[in-house]
Design a binder for this molecule. Sequence first.
Ligand code: ATP
Ligand code: ATP
Ligand code: MG
Ligand code: MG
Ligand code: MG
Ligand code: MG
Length: 267
Amino acid sequence: MANSRFGYVRSFEQPDTLLPNTYVVVRIDGKGFTKLTAKYNFVKPNDTRGLGLMNAAAEAVMKELPDLVLAYGQSDEYSFVFPKDCQLFERRASKLTTLIVSVFTANYVFAWSSYFPDTPLTPPLPSFDGRAVCYPSELNLRDYLSWRQVDCHINNLFNTTFWALVQQGGMERRAAEQELSGTVAADKNEILFSRFGINYNNEPEIFKKGTVLYRDLSPASTLPPTTTPAKTVQSPLPPLSHPQPKKLLPRPMSQPLHSTYPSLFQD
Ligand code: ATP
Ligand code: ATP
Ligand code: MG
Ligand code: MG
Ligand code: MG
Ligand code: MG
């Protein structure tokens, strides 16, 4: 087949190799999750079952793709980080992105019933889009992660205030939106505190900051091999440089995964 007279059509395929020696970040995002979360009656502003399901799907991706070293998730999105020296699929963007999107989506759907046992999925089923972006320096990568975490923070502060006005304040959504238009962070903190007795600082870390999953690459973690599932630890973000010597590749699947909720940006 490969040498048939039709084989020339392969030359129509465009190369999409990502720049060498750069961090590759694949970000996936749920399609129409505003609608989907309404359809399945997600708790607003933050349904912990939904976040748990996103984290479970991301953990499955990390386990299936041992090249991944770090992932950051919030709301209906997850960013997956490949190290600079990654050679998976010759760094072809479409291969990396589509594989992550499909492994993530398959696991999201597979694990749905564990998180929403009383709410079966019906078509249209959850789906995700994805893109791959290269970041040349560690600073660029940190800034990327900070950018996503700032997005989480800003949206969460808005959503927390908005839903307090609606759910506890009995306001119409339209009116709550108007009340919040033009407000800055300090105004929202003030509304939350003075009208609803909510101290935003005391909101759960996972709501305010999102979740970081990282592979423990310290030599001790690979000996002895363990199949322990991801642990939740409260520790600072490890250095983003790739500390493993080349000869240890491919990385064993047994390295434990951790999740944590560190601050990725300074106010
Ligand atoms: P698009 O297809 O363009 O991404 P979208 O509706 O998914 O459209 P996003 O900007 O991705 O738009 O927003 C995600 C939506 O999903 C937001 O409305 C957010 O509040 C909601 N959402 C995501 N996760 C949760 C959760 N765990 N609990 C409650 N709502 C959630
Ligand atoms: P890669 O990840 O590189 O695509 P692969 O194992 O999927 O690896 P393919 O070239 O895509 O390799 O080949 C698909 C394989 O799946 C073949 O071995 C094919 O025989 C098998 N396969 C696909 N569909 C069926 C089917 N309906 N019944 C039996 N075997 C199937
Ligand atoms: Mg989107
Ligand atoms: Mg979305
Ligand atoms: Mg989103
Ligand atoms: Mg195949």
